[in-house]
Design a protein around this ligand. Structure first.
Ligand code: SF4
Length: 293
């Protein structure tokens, strides 16, 4: 069947060959394990039950998960096996099931989630390069959306992700997410149970993108929107040879970004410490939680 579920519209017949996202029909997973370095309302004390999918429909030059997103390392799993992966994470006591880079499997995942009655919230952790009509298929199945709005300007999204139409799609995708689940709602323990938390990774030498993204967030979704200003950038993959993103973010740049977000009156913002920019926080993609099915 010809695939057009994401803005790439690459038209691949995924039963025969992989699409732009490097993915065929069968879901591939590289790691499934509790993760403790998401925002506090997502990780809590017991961790977020992350499931890292192989392949990606955006393909950023700086991806810190390049082994799985670009090189597509991982193991193919059946729908039943994926549900067993979910069960094993829940048995470990995680606060939620966190589907990381799920966009290119969105329709397949919708079918699985229709059959799987999760006792914990389901998190959809995405680059935001999504079609709103595809997200509609997830309505009632996803509890929490974590869209990372990466850029505003077309020339920047073209240079770093080969996607000049990135922001147009990201904005309409987040509008659809907001329509489905609204702003973040926390339980009595401060854990997210439902809603949208908008992330933004600050890129070195690209503070203008940060300003424009948060202007758009405030204009479109209001200043009570939950946001997360991420400081964890480390140069990876092709970015090691692409100034200005060939270096870590400076402390000064992050402070400028933080001040700007606060100046807009955005109230609910997670900030990261300086030590979050480290290779140590990049998960080990070793099929943990996947190869023992
Ligand atoms: S999900 Fe993959 S195969 Fe489908 S349109 Fe997007 S890039 Fe192409």
């Amino acid at each position: 069947m010809i695939c057009d579920i994401c803005p790439r519209n690459c038209g691949a017949d995924r039963s025969v060959s992989a699409g732009y996202c490097r993915s065929g029909e069968t879901i591939k997973v590289a790691r499934a394990a509790p993760h403790y370095w998401e925002e506090p309302c997502i990780s809590g004390e017991k961790g977020s039950g992350t499931v890292f999918f192989s392949g990606c429909n955006l393909g950023c030059v700086f991806c810190q998960n390049g082994d799985i997103s670009h090189d597509c390392f991982g193991k193919e799993v059946s729908d039943t096996q994926l549900m067993k992966i979910f069960d094993a994470l829940i048995e470990k006591g995680v606060h939620n099931l966190n589907l990381v880079t799920p966009s290119h499997y969105a329709v397949r995942l919708a079918g699985i989630l229709e059959q799987y009655d999760s006792p914990v919230p389901v998190v959809y952790n995405t680059s935001a390069y999504e079609k709103a009509e595809t997200l509609k298929r997830l309505e009632g199945l996803v509890d929490i959306y974590l869209p990372d709005i990466k850029y505003y300007d077309s020339d920047v999204s073209l240079k770093y992700s080969g996607a000049p139409d990135y922001f147009k799609y990201a904005l309409s995708a987040v509008k659809e997410m907001m329509r489905q689940v609204g702003n973040i709602k926390l339980d009595e323990n401060g854990l997210a149970v439902k809603g949208v938390l908008i992330r933004h990774l600050v890129l070195p030498g690209n503070i203008l993108q940060t300003r424009k993204v948060f202007d758009a967030v405030a204009d479109n979704f209001g200043t009570d929107t939950y946001v997360s200003l991420m400081r964890q950038y480390v140069p990876c993959c092709k970015a090691r040879n692409m100034p200005p993103i060939d270096r870590p973010l400076s402390g000064k740049e992050y402070m400028i970004a933080k001040k700007y977000v606060l100046s807009l009156g955005i109230e609910n913002c997670y900030f990261q410490q300086k030590n979050s920019a480290s290779d140590d926080f990049i998960p080990d993609f070793n099929l943990e939680g996947v190869d023992n099915l």
